[in-house]
Design a protein around this ligand. Structure first.
Ligand code: PHE
Length: 341
């Protein structure tokens, strides 16, 4: 049997020579020497066999041995933290993952602008459903069953119910307002509308309109014109010219279409204005007395004006977008161009 001293010496040599290469080596070392069943513990267990007169010296030897074993372990503990660093460490100083910044859709930007221009002069926003019934989309607006205007607005019918359509214009919201709101009313109604059109650069089966309605005592065509002049100046700037052409809508009388001088060529003539210098931006007119009567409003007491504009057209004029399909293709290269506006 080797003496305690010899035993310690052999292990001391082993410990001194030990060079762990990685955290696993170090852990094996810890278990071997410092673990609960490790060599240090075992040698301490031998103390009971040491004669009393040698106990003091043996105790000192053992303590020195234990310290040596522990120091070696501590000297290489960096291996453990190195290993931990290689794992999925959290570095709080790293900048966070940047989420891409979205942009407002150009149509929404223009819609917001239209709404805020009218809000400044006391219009409030009203909306209505996109699936409409025949009454609100057509009949209440004097567009009766066999009316040719129904052909003008090739309609999507909802298969489950022949009385339901995808609204062909936001004028349906006019009906809902006159039906429910006490007079006077002054509303602007933005929304999506649908028509059964073949999709091309110039036409789409859905697009956006903004409807305006003002009904009160003594509302005149002059009020309509002045309101729309104001809108055009705010939207397109001073100096934009306006002209009204007589037109026809079943729910307004008299009716007009309003053109503005072409914002692209300034009126000189270009492909957008088909070399006329003018672009049509909306339909308008005085609310038809029959329409007022449809909602039990006395046209002898109340009069009103209404207008409806295409949001795509205004956007096209503002941003020179030449293909309607771009608005719904979700191409981020197109959409990002409006980031800084
Ligand atoms: N609803 C008409 C259209 O879609 C526009 C319009 C609205 C005309 C209000 C007159 C008054 O073309």
């Amino acid at each position: 049997m080797p003496s305690l001293q010899e035993l310690i010496q052999t292990h001391e040599q082993e410990i001194n020579a030990f060079q762990p290469a990685n955290a696993a080596d170090l852990e094996a070392y810890r278990i071997k020497y410092l673990g609960t069943k490790g060599i240090v513990k075992q040698i301490f267990g031998e103390m009971k066999n040491v004669p009393v007169e040698q106990k003091k010296e043996a105790g000192q030897l053992l303590n020195a041995f234990k310290q040596l074993a522990e120091k070696k372990y501590e000297d290489f503990q960096h291996l453990q933290s190195d290993a931990a660093k290689k794992g999925p460490a959290l570095d709080n100083t790293l900048p966070g993952t940047k989420l891409p910044l979205g942009t407002r859709h150009p149509l929404r930007m223009i819609e917001n602008r239209i709404v805020s221009i009218f809000e400044k002069i006391g219009f409030s926003v009203a909306t209505g459903p996109e699936i409409e019934d025949d009454w609100h989309n057509f009949t209440s607006l004097n567009i009766h069953k066999d009316h040719p205007a129904r052909d003008m607005q090739d309609t999507f019918y909802v298969a489950q119910n022949p009385d339901w359509v995808l609204r062909t214009h936001t004028s349906s919201v006019q009906s809902r307002i006159l039906e429910t709101q006490p007079l006077p009313v002054r509303v602007i109604c933005p929304g999506r509308v649908y028509r059964n059109e073949t999709i091309s650069a110039r036409a789409h089966c859905f697009f956006h309109q903004c409807e305006g309605l003002y009904v009160d005592k003594n509302v005149s065509f002059a009020d309509l014109k002045q309101t729309l002049y104001y809108f055009v100046t705010e939207m397109f700037g001073e100096g934009t010219k306006v002209r009204f052409r007589p037109s026809y809508f079943p729910f307004t009388e008299p009716s007009a279409e309003m053109d503005i001088s072409c914002t692209i060529c300034g009126g000189d003539g270009c492909s957008l204005c088909k070399h006329t210098g003018w672009v049509e931006i909306m339909g308008c007119g005085m609310v038809h007395p029959d329409m007022l009567r449809n909602f039990n409003i006395d046209p002898g007491v109340y009069t009103g004006f209404a207008f409806g504009m295409g949001v795509e057209r205004i956007t096209q004029l503002k941003f020179q977008v030449n293909d309607l399909r771009l608005y719904s293709q979700n191409d981020v290269r197109f959409l990002r161009q409006f980031q800084s506006i």
